[in-house]
Ligand binder design. Structure first.
Ligand SMILES: C[S@@+](CC[C@H](N)C(=O)[O-])C[C@H]1O[C@@H](n2cnc3c(N)ncnc32)[C@H](O)[C@@H]1O
Length: 257
């Protein structure tokens, strides 16, 4: 380590050890040392502390990401037709799903099928602080992990088929926006209709829905059936560009009732 003496020189005097404390040569009468006179070895403690804390937070993030991924894989193997995905959505897809909503006008937002909560955190970042928010998740493992992660967000362990009763339970009469992670292409014709009919009972006229579809899933008849249904249920439906940074790549249906 190169040391700097109080005069600002970065050379270590010949015959002195690089680790030996360097005598202060300033005639400063107060106890504090002027910042420009601090020797570099004084900073190493701070640099070490910063590196350690960044390392700890990266390790913690990695540990949580691995846990979330493992939970997702476990559930998708147990219930392939219900989870309908092989990996949680990426942050990029979450941003595209959530950011286009006109958040200023949203008093109540509901998330359908949050899974490991990729969209949940983006919704919390985007919504007005006073807007009402709850999520509906069918599977208990996802629901209980999310409740622990977001203790202030009601995570209702139920099916979106019961959204009207769930809204009543939450004291909500109408919903302004729905962010939906349901695997529509994995659902039967009757399940698609049941969930959309139920949605129409709570989504107010002009209300917004964001839901995504995998590009690769568009080979499935159920995906085309769902696309056609959306056009029947909503006044305006747009499909976003493909979000390639997702596995598999996906696009978003933006719908206005
Ligand atoms: C494709 S995963 C999406 C998870 C997460 N939103 C994401 O993008 O990573 C579908 C989620 O919908 C949930 N789900 C499936 N059917 C449901 C239903 N009828 N009601 C509520 N959640 C449901 C599954 O348990 C799963 O968490």
């Amino acid at each position: 380590m190169v040391q700097v003496d109080a005069s600002g020189s970065d050379v270590v005097p010949v015959g002195k050890s690089a680790t030996e404390p360097i005598p202060r040569t300033t005639s400063c009468s107060t106890a504090s040392t002027p910042v420009d006179a601090l020797p570099i070895y004084g900073y190493t403690k701070y640099i070490k502390a910063i590196v350690e804390s960044v390392g700890r937070s990266l390790a913690e993030r990695l540990r949580m990401a691995v846990q979330e991924y493992a939970r997702f894989i476990r559930e998708s193997i147990k219930r392939p037709g219900r989870v309908g995905a092989i990996a949680p959505s990426t942050q990029r897809l979450a941003t595209h799903m959530v950011r286009w909503i006109d958040w200023e006008s949203v008093n109540t937002v509901v998330e359908y099928g949050p899974g490991t909560g990729v969209f949940t955190s983006e919704i919390l970042r985007s919504k007005r602080p006073d807007a009402h928010f709850f999520a509906v998740e069918l599977h208990s493992e996802f629901a209980s992990a999310l409740s622990e992660q977001y203790p202030d967000v009601p995570i209702l362990e139920d099916s979106v088929a019961n959204i009207e009763a769930l809204c009543q339970q939450q004291g909500v009469t109408e919903v302004d926006a729905i962010i939906c992670g349901l695997p529509w292409a994995a659902f039967s014709d009757s399940a698609q209709t049941e969930y959309l009919d139920a949605m129409m009972k709570v989504l107010k006229p002009g209300g917004q829905l964001a839901t995504f579809a995998y590009l690769s899933g568009m080979v499935l008849p159920a995906a085309h059936r769902f696309r056609a249904k959306l056009k029947g249920y909503f006044g305006k439906v747009e499909a976003s560009r493909t979000v390639w940074l997702n596995f598999p790549p996906a696009f978003i249906y933006r719908c206005w009732r």
